[in-house]
Design a protein around this ligand. Structure first.
Ligand code: UTP
Ligand code: MN
Length: 528
């Protein structure tokens, strides 16, 4: 079931709108609401223990003063007003109401004093402690354990949540496990963090976690320590360890993976500057990574992503009019920053997309917009592929790993432009420009930005879109769900039903969720 994201209740007495009965939003714009002097305040008066006639009287009074007083409860209600009801009773009533989730939808539970005072002043009074219904206990997120399904692809995971103080440390341990190539351990920490991201409240006590799936002993130990002492010794010692910091810094160089970083670490290198000074032989992507390291280690903003989007759009339309370009990856999930920008390109006429990438790259290079690029060809052939691909294989689309040269504007916002500010040759296939890595030249009028371009045939577009929107854990969980629960194999190219021995076609993400027997989860809730 869906539940609404809510802010911590102890702070604001706002409560989660859980499983409220679905009443369409239109009910609040009923004809009974004459005035909308205060569009942000939608009041619902609870009839229980108040009686119908008093409720009618109070509602009419409110409407005559320009308040929105809803006849029926709905997701649009912001203030619930009760008389002679305890907070717990109203909370219990609220739990029985099911309305669809909207982001950050919160509702105030108030006693009648707030309403009468607002009537007296003719405007919605600011909420004080005395107005709030008193709760005898803080309901624990255990309630939500019912809704907390064990696969991340069964749940909604918003970008902003209430347990960053727990998920950040757990994800640090996950990252450390990845850097140590311990995948199982890393995934266990990521799953634990992901379940905490779905909770509608901040965890206060260990009891709050009762019944939740995905929390292994190790993660529980870490959480317990943080709840009791404010931090976890294991997390803090990892955070400050030389190995973790060095491995993070070295793998932070574009083109450097865990194996290379580990070798460098054992040879005494600790940071990009050490690598630059060393005699290491670097491949072309590593050379580019080092040369542009300072820019690439900065976050890419949404404005920069949009500016890159305009360039890509122009490049693609130049070489293949009618092609579709979609922003994918973290930005599609609503992230405000990213480490790169990802685009998926397709054309509604199957086959037209073939060979598109080299042309796009060539156009970008003639405009001097690329600092580096490496294109891989499409190697996916359904007939040859065989259905049961291992779940974490790289997909086989035509793909371009690149570094764009994005013009900065005086406004601070990056902007697309074909004009070069500094003469650096665009790379040929896999060729890195400039011989001399670090120290880096300081910003010319442009910023180096990592961009991934992926081309998919139209028939695979839905799968590619789903596969490239992420998050990585969400994708992993989708594939695990498909395999374990449905005996299907999902990739960014196709979905194969192993029981029936056939491919299941789909052109949209919705159809794929449906084939998998899952409720559709929109991109903004795939931030597992
Ligand atoms: P990113 O690594 O770009 O992650 O991969 P992100 O979620 O956009 O976050 P940022 O960039 O760090 O802000 C985007 C998605 O593309 C898929 C992954 O599922 C990932 O979630 N992907 C990436 C692949 O399918 N194959 C790859 O080789 C790389
Ligand atoms: Mn990305």
């Amino acid at each position: 079931m869906l539940f609404l994201s809510v802010r911590c209740r102890t702070a604001s007495q706002m409560v989660p709108l859980k499983r409220r009965k679905v009443v369409s939003t239109s009910s609040v714009t009923d004809t009974d609401i004459k005035a909308t002097k205060y569009p942000d305040t939608v009041i619902f008066i609870l009839e229980r223990k108040m009686g119908a006639s008093r409720r009618t009287f109070l509602s009419r009074l409110g409407r005559n003063k320009g308040f929105q007083v809803a006849e029926q409860f709905s997701e649009a209600v912001t203030h619930v007003v009760a008389e002679n009801n305890s907070g717990d009773e109203v909370q219990a009533w609220l739990e029985t109401q099911t309305v669809s989730r909207t982001t950050a939808n919160v509702v105030h539970l108030l006693n009648i004093s707030w309403y009468t005072e607002s009537m007296a002043t003719g405007k919605p009074e600011s909420i004080q402690e005395k107005h709030k219904l008193k709760m005898s206990h803080t309901p624990s997120p255990v309630i939500s354990a019912v809704s907390a399904k064990s696969y991340a692809c069964q749940r909604r995971t918003p970008l902003k949540h209430h347990n960053l103080f727990l998920t950040e440390p757990l994800e640090l341990l996950a990252e450390n496990a990845e850097l140590g190539e311990n995948e199982g351990r890393s995934v266990a920490f990521r799953r634990a963090a992901a379940i905490l991201k779905t909770l509608p409240l901040a965890v206060k006590r260990m009891e709050d976690l009762q019944g939740l799936p995905c929390l292994g002993d190790h993660s529980l130990r870490v959480v317990k320590e943080i709840l009791e002492y404010g931090s976890s010794q294991e997390v803090e010692s990892t955070r400050h360890s030389e190995q973790f910091q060095a491995m993070k810094a070295l793998t932070g160089i574009f083109g450097v993976g865990v194996k290379t970083a580990d070798r460098w670490f054992r040879e005494g290198l600790r940071c990009p500057a050490d690598v630059a000074k060393s005699e290491q032989r670097l491949n072309s992507s590593q050379q580019a990574g080092l040369l542009h390291h300072e820019d690439l280690s900065q976050h890419v903003s949404r404005a920069e992503a949009d500016a890159i989007g305009q360039i890509v759009e122009r490049a693609v339309q130049e070489v293949l009019p009618g092609a579709h370009i979609t922003l994918i990856g973290g930005f599609r999930r609503g992230k405000e920053t990213g480490h790169d920008v990802d685009f998926l390109i397709t054309h509604p006429e199957e086959g037209k997309e073939e060979g598109l990438m080299p042309k796009v790259v060539q156009w970008l290079e003639t405009q001097d917009l690329l600092l580096y690029q490496k294109t891989t060809r499409n190697s996916y052939l359904e007939s040859k592929e065989g259905p049961a691909r291992p779940p974490n294989n790289m997909d086989r689309f035509e793909r371009c790993f690149s570094i764009f040269k994005l013009e900065r504007r005086a406004s601070g916002e990056a902007h697309s432009s074909a004009q070069a500010t500094e003469g650096e040759p665009g790379g040929g296939e896999g060729r890195a420009p400039g011989p001399e890595p670090l120290p880096q030249r300081r910003p010319a009028g442009w910023k180096a930005v990592r961009v991934d371009l992926v081309v998919s045939p139209f028939s695979q577009f839905g799968f590619a879109l789903l596969g490239w929107t992420g998050s990585k854990l969400f994708e992993r969980e989708l594939r695990r769900w498909a395999g374990r629960e449905k005996n299907m194999s999902l990739s960014s190219h196709a979905l194969y039903d192993n029981s029936k021995g056939c491919y299941l076609r789909a052109s949209t993400e919705e159809e794929i969720f449906s084939h998998l027997g899952l409720d559709y989860i929109p991109p903004c809730d795939r931030n597992a």
